[in-house]
Ligand binder design. Structure first.
Ligand code: HEM
Length: 401
């Protein structure tokens, strides 16, 4: 009936392809109409307002990570730490392991990677840019992050291609399949075996890499076991690979869709970091993370029951106009200090500075070489994943400077 506001209750299903295509209208309705939302089909609660998402991140006591952070049925549960290491731990286990890992994964070690990141970028970008038309994701954005992680942990060059192939299999999902397929499970085992051998080798003969530093890390006589190190190296692939790839693709895409904004970093390379930050806010790669409610949590006139599964909708928090004015506008240079993209509190992304460095270097090299570009949006495809958002393919044509 005309003139009447819709009374159909908002429905949000993270498996729905319409949500993958554009989740933001769903988030807007959740924030306004149902800030404490319950989905009975998949049995989860969802928080969508910035204040609630931040509050939950900071309250590790009630919002526990011990069942992991993913809705995927194969990883949600008390065994989640087997695949995602300390990402799926609460204090005191989390505190101990993060402290030990941080002895090796230092800001200095990250900063020292910069020349290598530049070299890897040039190596992958060169042949692609010379062709003129290439796939931004496959030929560039997917290649650099995995090679950077290999460089960081100390994988020799000769093995990197194979590691990239295995990591792709671990992360790959066919459309409509949400659990890890057998090929992915096999690749995960091979990868773990590779890391176990590498750790044993570094124990015999330490080098200057992160793996050797983790073997060396010690706090009051306590050290990481080989299994713990292997688990952490495996986590790096899951946490640090696809997220950065997708961020790069989204930066390329949204700047193309907003030519006035594209002109900002292309006109002044010093604005590349602003391009990275606004993309992190506007369309971040990790759209949500799950938590387990440890106790009954009253909120917005309702209550999450103890044992409930809660989704923290990061992508929605970043579009909350209560914090970001005209939040649906992509505006490079706005205040992004409150972005939720790397989480908050104890589990704040350990690789945030590396992700930022990689993105700045890759996008900086692009700005230096490319005068203008186009995207074949008709043939671009998105990944279908419950928590990762971004492009699987992004055909692009560049005009070099
Ligand atoms: C754009 C890229 C990235 C995004 C959007 C991102 C996002 C996040 C978020 C939201 C968390 C918090 C998890 C939670 O609270 O449960 C996290 C944790 C983590 N991230 Fe990242 N990340 C990115 C890149 C990286 C990179 C490059 C690395 C390392 C090479 C990395 C390593 C980690 C690790 C180890 C954790 C677990 C920290 C903990 O549980 O204490 N991430 N990341």
């Amino acid at each position: 009936m005309s003139g009447r506001v819709s009374t159909v209750a908002v429905r949000y299903d993270p498996y729905d392809y319409a949500v993958h295509e554009d989740p933001y209208p769903f988030y807007a309705r959740l924030r306004d109409e149902s800030p404490l939302y319950y989905n009975a089909d998949h049995d989860f609660w969802a928080l969508s307002r910035h204040a609630d998402v931040v509050g939950a991140f900071r309250d590790a006591q009630r919002f526990s990570s011990s069942y992991g952070v993913s809705l995927d049925p194969e990883v949600w549960g008390p065994q989640a730490d087997r695949t995602t290491s300390f990402l799926a731990m609460d204090p005191p286990r989390h505190t101990r392991m993060r402290a030990l890992v941080s002895r090796g994964f230092t800001p200095r070690r990250v900063a020292e990677l910069e020349p290598h990141i530049r070299e890897l970028t040039v190596r992958h970008l060169g042949p692609a840019a010379d062709k003129g038309t290439f796939d931004f994701v496959r030929d560039l954005a997917a290649k650099v992050p995995m090679d950077v992680i290999s460089e960081l942990v100390g994988v020799p060059e000769a093995d990197r291609e194979e590691l990239r192939r295995l990591a792709d299999l671990v992360l790959h999902r066919e459309e409509g399949v949400f659990d890890m397929p057998p090929a992915g499970q096999e690749a995960a085992l091979t990868l773990s075996g590779y890391y176990a051998d590498m750790i044993a080798e570094r124990r015999r003969k330490p080098l200057g890499d992160l793996t050797s530093a983790l073997l060396d890390a010690e706090i009051d006589g306590d050290r990481l076991t080989d299994d713990e190190i292997a688990g952490f190296l495996f986590l790096l692939i899951i946490a640090g690979n696809e997220t950065t790839t997708k961020l790069l693709g989204s930066a390329w895409y949204w700047a193309w869709r907003n030519p006035d904004q594209r002109a900002v970093p292309f006109g002044d390379p010093l604005r590349v970091p602003d391009w990275v930050e606004e993309t992190l806010r506007y369309d971040t790669s990790t759209q949500m993370l799950a938590r387990l409610a440890r106790a009954e949590i009253p909120l917005h006139g309702g209550a999450i029951p103890a044992g409930g599964r809660v989704l923290l909708l990061i992508g929605s928090a970043n579009r909350d106009a209560r914090v970001f004015p005209e939040a649906d506008d992509y505006r490079i240079g706005r205040d992004t200090s409150e972005i939720a993209s790397f989480g908050f509190g104890r589990h704040f992304c350990l690789g945030a500075s590396l992700a930022r460095l990689e993105s700045r270097v890759v996008l900086g090299e692009l700005v230096a070489r490319v005068a203008d570009y186009d995207i074949d949006a008709e043939n671009a495809t998105r990944v279908h994943s419950v928590n990762v958002r971004g492009f699987a393919t992004l055909p692009t044509t560049v005009e070099l400077r």
